[in-house]
Design a protein around this ligand. Structure first.
Ligand code: HEC
Length: 124
């Protein structure tokens, strides 16, 4: 009898947890905070630019499902996998929103000071 009550309670918990993750809309601000809090930036850079030992994540991040799948299941010895206990599905959706919000760097052609540069001779 108690066992059934436990199963019902556990099922209710799973349903409410899943519902709350799906209920909230992804947030760029929360994604940035989470990205910094759990340490993604240490390897991937604060803008997802890579260079700290991690791959480039932005601009143009992987689709959300691929990103989440990698973060949850990577067997790379250079990146830890993050379980839902550390990073919820909602957190991952937020991180994806943050990485998607990072703009492309401007083209060098659009920067006036870089135009019409003439090579100079070395002074010595
Ligand atoms: C200790 C360093 C480290 C941390 C912390 C880290 N990563 Fe990584 N990540 C890597 C490395 C290195 C790779 C490249 C994996 C490989 O090829 O072995 C990678 C790869 C990835 C990829 C796959 C990129 C691609 O295009 O294939 C994604 C997505 C990713 N990381 C997201 C994250 C997120 C999100 C976090 C934070 C929750 C995070 N990483 C934390 C080091 C790290």
């Amino acid at each position: 009898m108690y066992r059934i009550a436990y199963i019902v309670a556990a099922a209710a918990l799973v349903v409410t947890t899943a519902a709350s993750a799906a209920d909230r809309a992804p947030s760029v601000a929360r994604g940035k905070a989470t990205y910094l809090r759990v340490g993604c930036f240490e390897c991937h850079g604060t803008q997802g630019q890579g260079g700290g030992g991690g791959a480039t994540l932005a601009p143009n991040p992987l689709p959300e499902e691929a990103l989440s799948n990698f973060v949850r299941n990577t067997t790379s010895f250079r990146m830890p996998a993050y379980s839902p206990a550390v990073l919820t599905d909602g957190d991952l959706a937020d991180i994806h929103a943050y990485l998607s919000s990072i703009p492309k760097a401007p083209s060098p052609d659009s920067i006036a000071i870089l135009k019409n540069l003439t090579p100079t001779k070395p002074t010595k």
